[in-house]
Design a protein around this ligand. Structure first.
Ligand code: IMP
Ligand code: MG
Length: 187
């Protein structure tokens, strides 16, 4: 069978880039996620209601691993939002496609984000969630590029990330590579 390369056809952009250097191994991630679960547990008083809110799609693997390490009652919700990017930074640049259908009032809300880059997603989302009067809102991000100073820094961070485009463990490039059990930079 003739491959695309042999046929001399240029593969689409998404296929030219491949995961390169492994930045965080599956073992390193597993260890850090377990530590994060302990940090989160210690922060919330026992007996107070906690909702873990995953931002899809990027957080799906991280959230799954994190909650299975947590030994306290909690509920899980998801939210789907997309940012129109830096060109439209003003309010309204974040579109929410699906939000929790449950009542968040009085519950501690822990937002789960895969990676913080510009921080735009969170800075626009948090004020909107505040309208629902949760008891508190905190952020748990697996990765933080620390490129910009944020108005509100996440309380829980897995790793400081290099200023590279990363894929795997939920992170995608053009929809690909989310399933990799490690995190790699795209080469
Ligand atoms: P922010 O709003 O600029 O902080 O961007 C956050 C979102 O951008 C993340 O939830 C990711 O979906 C995406 N993103 C930012 N950096 C990367 C990366 O290195 N790899 C994959 N996705 C990224
Ligand atoms: Mg993404």
């Amino acid at each position: 069978m003739t491959t695309i390369e042999e046929a001399g056809v240029r593969p689409p952009a998404a296929e030219q880039e491949r995961p390169g250097r492994v930045v965080f191994t599956a073992g390193e991630i597993r260890h850090r996620v377990a530590e994060l679960a302990r940090e989160v547990e210690a922060h919330y008083p026992a007996g107070e209601p906690l909702t873990v809110l995953g931002l899809l799609k990027g957080s799906f693997i991280f959230l799954s691993d994190l909650v299975r390490e947590m030994r306290r009652p909690l509920q899980i919700e998801f939210l789907v939002a997309s940012s129109y990017g830096a060109a439209k930074r003003s309010s309204g640049s974040l579109a929410i496609h699906y939000d929790p259908r449950t009542d968040l009032a009085g519950r501690h809300l822990l937002l789960i984000e895969d990676i913080i880059d510009s921080g735009t997603t969170l800075s626009e989302l948090i004020p909107r969630l505040r309208e629902q009067a949760p008891a508190s809102i905190e952020v748990c991000a697996l990765l933080h590029k620390r490129l910009v100073r944020l108005d509100e820094e996440p309380r829980f961070v897995g790793f400081s990330a290099p200023a590279e485009f990363l894929v795997g463990y939920g992170l995608d490039h053009a929809g690909e590579f989310r399933h990799l059990p490690y995190i790699a930079s795209l080469s």
